[in-house]
Design a protein around this ligand. Structure first.
Ligand SMILES: Nc1ncnc2c1ncn2[C@@H]1O[C@H](COP(=O)(O)OP(=O)(O)O)[C@@H](O)[C@H]1O
Ligand SMILES: [Mg+2]
Length: 251
């Protein structure tokens, strides 16, 4: 199983969009995919049309060891989903004083069913939930928007990754940095891409996700991009991302 955490402590860079649509693209390549929502905002959950507030138990219950992953896992088309809800914010507080607080997600995944891919959508910070993702994951996928401050937050993230490698997860790899909401006609976008390429080399994925209105619309219909607009740029780009990650193999 390849466990990929979609992570960037900045909000609004396309983490949730990437988790949903990469997952859907991989499922269309006949891979067994588990999506995990680790953000108390539950955007991934709502994006797939799941009414998080109506669920008795979600991701938080798993992290508090009240039930196994399977007990909260839902089927959405060809995807399996572990939903989140706002209760996860309380879980993060409760975890702070719990034993094995850093390995809760890793333990739950290890005891759970096997998939080809487990994709974790992280909250926009480097707190206890994100730490659980970095400990559980084999790989990080880091979406970045082509704007000036992107490089600064990438630097901070890479420092954190180094610390995690020294301690909890020596094998943590970078599956790649993914440019999202890219507009090739904008000089600033091209410049930022070149800077990231200079600094990160091959870690910058060849696939870029273009700015595409269909990607922004799809969540309001509770659909992934392939169900909502299969002929959009967004669908083409996320299909290419899935193919690139499959081609590259485990980093
Ligand atoms: N490539 C894209 N083109 C247009 N809109 C996008 C794209 N990627 C994400 N969005 C939109 O931008 C907003 C932030 O994306 P989201 O995936 O929620 O970011 P994050 O999870 O990092 O906070 C959402 O409204 C989303 O629908
Ligand atoms: Mg999000």
């Amino acid at each position: 199983m390849r466990t990929i955490a979609v992570l960037n402590q900045k909000g609004g860079v396309g983490k949730t969009c990437t988790a949903v649509n990469l997952g859907a693209a991989l499922a269309r390549q006949d891979r067994r995919v588990l999506l995990l929502d680790l953000d108390p905002q539950a955007h991934l959950t709502y994006s797939l049309g799941i009414m998080a507030h109506e669920l008795p138990r979600t991701m938080g219950a798993v992290l508090m060891r009240e039930c196994p992953l399977e007990a909260v896992t839902m089927e959405v088309g060809s995807l399996k989903v572990v939903p989140a809800s706002v209760a996860l914010a309380g879980t993060e507080v409760d975890l702070a004083s719990a034993t094995d607080r850093e390995t809760r997600l890793r333990d739950a995944l290890a005891q759970g069913q096997d998939y080809d891919f487990a994709i974790i959508d992280c909250p926009p910070n480097l707190g206890m939930l994100t730490l659980n993702a970095m400990v559980a994951a084999g790989e990080l996928l880091v979406p970045v928007q082509p704007e000036f401050l992107a490089l600064q937050s990438l630097g901070k993230l890479m420092e954190t990754v180094k610390a995690i490698r020294k301690g909890w997860n020596p094998g943590l790899a970078l599956s790649g940095i993914l440019m999202t909401r890219y507009q090739r006609t904008r000089k600033l976008n091209r410049e930022i891409r070149r800077k990231i390429k200079d600094y990160f080399g091959d870690a910058l994925l060849e696939t870029t996700i273009r700015d595409n209105i269909s990607l922004a619309e799809a969540p309001s219909f509770g659909k992934d991009i392939f169900t909502y607009k299969p002929r959009s740029h967004g669908a083409a780009d996320y299909r290419n991302l899935a193919l690139e990650l499959l081609r590259r193999g485990t980093p």
